[in-house]
Design a protein around this ligand. Structure first.
Ligand code: ADP
Ligand code: MG
Length: 211
């Protein structure tokens, strides 16, 4: 049985995962983590509840340079609940890892609070598209340093009408980062977006049961 160490995850994180009852990678994690660590663009399709969050969170954490205070990873997600959930998950996983900061940016939360946080070093930003665009337009966030970009729950983004905002964020703010797209289904509009922005992506599809 493959474990997280064999996939390239450091032992401090493997230890935390175990303490959380997460012993073995799910199929989507097993196939996605090595490719992301190699720096490949990835399209991962797997149904809800198959562990897609850790499939991108774990390799991203491995690749963050704590000696560099720039925003290095951007995770876009359709709802504030998901943004909160993912940033909480990242903090939980980093219990035994020093120095990586994560900030959630979403609508409905006090902008002043977000502005104050944005002044400090934030390595990972988890955001909803609308509020992130507000910050981009105000000039209060610099995403030109982002090296890893995740579009999470891409089909939900489409359903909620966020693809134009996603498009604007990619075009206006990002400088060709490694890109990862995660979705339960792959409608045409998503395929079009993939073709526009991903470079020789690896397509990973898992037809598995839920965790
Ligand atoms: P998805 O994004 O595919 O819908 P999530 O990433 O939200 O799924 O994961 C669903 C649940 O499975 C979460 O509660 C998560 O903590 C749990 N989980 C993720 N990976 C594992 C694993 N390898 N072993 C056990 N539980 C896991
Ligand atoms: Mg998910």
């Amino acid at each position: 049985m493959t474990d997280f160490l064999q996939l390239g995850i450091r032992k401090e994180i493997n230890y935390t995962l175990k303490s959380l009852g997460i012993e073995a990678p799910t199929p989507i994690q097993e196939r996605t983590i090595p490719s992301v660590l190699e720096g490949k663009d990835v399209i991962a399709k797997a149904q809800t509840g198959t562990g897609k969050t850790l499939a991108f969170v774990l390799p991203i954490i491995e690749k963050i340079d704590v000696h560099n205070s720039d925003v290095q990873a951007l995770i876009l997600t359709p709802t504030r609940e998901l943004a909160q959930q993912i940033s909480k998950e990242i903090k939980r996983i980093m219990e035994n890892v020093e120095g990586i900061n994560v900030l959630a940016v979403y609508g409905g939360q006090d902008v002043e609070h977000q502005l104050k946080k944005l002044k400090g070093a934030q390595h990972i930003v988890v955001a909803t598209p609308g509020r992130l665009l507000d910050h981009i337009r105000r000039g209060t966030i610099d995403l030109s340093t982002v090296q890893m970009f995740v579009l999470d729950e891409a089909d939900q983004m489409l359903l909620m009408g966020f693809l134009p905002e996603v498009d604007e964020i990619i075009q206006e703010s990002l400088s060709s980062p490694q890109t990862m797209l995660f979705s339960a289904t792959m409608p045409n509009e998503i395929t079009t977006l993939v073709k526009k922005y991903l470079v020789e992506p690896e397509f990973i599809e898992v037809k598995a049961k839920k965790v």
